[in-house]
Design a protein around this ligand. Structure first.
Ligand SMILES: Cc1cc2nc3c(=O)[nH]c(=O)nc-3n(C[C@H](O)[C@H](O)[C@H](O)COP(=O)(O)O)c2cc1C
Length: 300
């Protein structure tokens, strides 16, 4: 019988699926429900120091195989975030990760420290937001400084979430050298845009947004493959995963765990247990007993 447990930066997961940041917000009940639906771990939305109301509607469009969103890091601010996440930690059957989006090196350190103190198992640094979300785009040197700053203040595993930019591999290598415990690759693609031809105006309230969901999977997969070829630390392969085959591709590209976000929209919250079962069926049919035998097959 196939064993799909994984160890991610020292954290044991019953299966490789991880609910990525942003999809279920911060609400403890929702995060716990996703754990009950089979996720191996769950991540809260990214939080900032102060509450952010985010973009007004329309801020999420379905484009036939992809989502375009400009949710804009809507979150209740770190204080309320930590209260809710500590409730999730207390009630969840699976590890809970926090996510932070600072606007300076110092702010990242402060946020990560506070979120770690809320009891989460690991803290993810959102260094991959698009400028269309009103967020800063971080250069190589800044990424190194943010990670070093956080690592000097937080004793828990620190994950670094990166954008699918041209500099992705260099960014991942700098994050690793600065002490990151894992890389989450990748954030949404973009910015992208849809124009209503009747009115001649962009449909999203922020005009542009990030693209996610099944249509981006081949692009995300190549990003994950490139990052896994270049770093030793584990990678959470993210982008467009909604089936067991998608997850297997990410693992064969070298990913240790597999992030699922928009897949919840496309297949419902049961996507996690369905992906787990589809991975197991594949492994059983081909005589694989552990994910170690599959991981990185495409890198050889
Ligand atoms: C509505 C929405 C909100 C998101 N919010 C966040 C966020 O707060 N922090 C973050 O790091 N990524 C955020 N993301 C990006 C996802 O975590 C993920 O990297 C991206 O959507 C690609 O994965 P997917 O195709 O499985 O959705 C968000 C994505 C969506 C669709």
């Amino acid at each position: 019988m196939a064993n799909v447990c994984v160890s991610l930066a020292g954290i044991s997961l019953r299966n490789p699926t991880v609910l990525v940041a942003g999809i279920m917000g911060t609400n403890a009940e929702l995060l716990c429900r996703v754990g009950k639906c089979g996720a191996g771990a769950v991540t809260g939305i990214s939080c900032s120091l102060e509450p952010r109301s985010g973009a007004v509607n329309p801020c999420l469009l379905e484009l036939g195989g992809a989502l375009l969103n400009c949710v804009g890091l809507a979150n209740p601010g770190v204080e309320a975030y930590c209260i809710e996440l500590s409730k999730a930690v207390g009630a969840s059957d699976v590890p809970v990760f926090g996510s932070v989006a600072g606007s300076s090196v110092e702010e990242f350190g402060l946020l990560a420290e506070r979120v770690a103190a809320a009891g989460v198992v690991a803290v993810e640094l959102n260094l991959g937001a698009h400028s269309c979300f009103g967020r800063r785009v971080w250069n190589l040197e800044e990424i190194g400084k943010v990670v070093e700053g956080v690592k000097s203040r937080v004793k828990k595993p620190v994950f670094v979430k990166l954008a699918p930019s041209l500099g992705l591999v260099d960014n991942a290598m700098v994050a690793e050298a600065a002490g990151a415990d894992a890389i989450t690759a990748v954030h949404s693609f973009g910015p992208g845009m849809v124009i209503d031809v009747e009115s001649g105006t962009p449909v999203l309230s922020s005009r542009a947004g990030g693209m996610s969901g099944p249509a981006i999977k081949p692009l995300a997969l190549k990003c994950v493959y490139d990052v896994c070829s270049s770093v030793e630390i584990p990678v959470i392969g993210t982008g467009g995963v909604s089936t067991g085959r998608d997850a297997l591709e990410m693992i064969m590209a070298g990913a240790t765990a597999v992030g699922i976000g928009s897949g919840v929209y496309y297949r419902g919250a049961s996507v996690f247990s369905r992906v787990e079962n589809e991975i197991k069926s594949f492994m059983n049919a081909r005589g694989f007993s552990s994910l170690e035998e599959i991981r990185g097959l495409a890198l050889k």
